[in-house]
Design a protein around this ligand. Sequence first.
Ligand SMILES: NC(=O)c1ccc[n+]([C@@H]2O[C@H](COP(=O)([O-])OP(=O)(O)OC[C@H]3O[C@@H](n4cnc5c(N)ncnc54)[C@H](OP(=O)(O)O)[C@@H]3O)[C@@H](O)[C@H]2O)c1
Length: 186
Amino acid sequence: MPQAYPSTALRCPCIPTLILGRIERGTYSPSNSPLVKESLTPAKEAMEAGLIRCVGVSNFSVEQIQQARDLVDIVSVQNQYNPWYRQPELDGVLEYCEQEKLTFLPWSPLGGSRRVSRLQDIPEIAKLAQEKGVSVYSIVLARLRAKSPTIVPIPGATKTTSIEDSVRSLEVTLSQAEVSQIDKAS
Ligand SMILES: NC(=O)c1ccc[n+]([C@@H]2O[C@H](COP(=O)([O-])OP(=O)(O)OC[C@H]3O[C@@H](n4cnc5c(N)ncnc54)[C@H](OP(=O)(O)O)[C@@H]3O)[C@@H](O)[C@H]2O)c1
């Protein structure tokens, strides 16, 4: 793994056994700690049995992450984060992950297969892509990495060309001014 990634999860040689506790959006309420417990007890047991080494959670609020950490060591949080959905910047999850050194894995980082083709219609992203001679996808992935060292984007792909392009995006660096430019537009 590239050293630029500070992720505990990704340094750990156990990606195939990473268990993601997931709570469907819409079911959360402040009193649902039994749901967090129920969701993560199998992971805790698997960890105690030595079957897995890392546990991550997905679609968790800060409160749920805290409840999860009371039960088991958590290394990563996977929530939706893309130009059309910037909730992690507002709900405290990104900030909490930074403070607590948890890896934040933005799911659908390019907006998902239904929206990805619309990235080129965001003028600031298209302009930066043209200036730097890279794809709009590379700009979006670079924006995520520039946002926080705790972010490790996980773009999905069915085509080899998409994977190659996403790997090339690691060479793209954005200044904070360029990131702000994109943020104002999305
Ligand atoms: N935890 C959750 O609740 C949750 C929910 C949804 C998704 N996820 C996870 O999030 C990850 C990614 O999400 P996603 O696949 O929905 O969305 P995404 O990565 O935002 O978008 C995937 C789409 O972008 C295209 N793409 C990716 N990289 C590209 C590139 N460099 N150049 C051109 N096109 C590119 C892909 O095209 P091609 O297919 O044509 O290559 C595909 O159509 C997956 O691992 C998924 O399992 C998690």
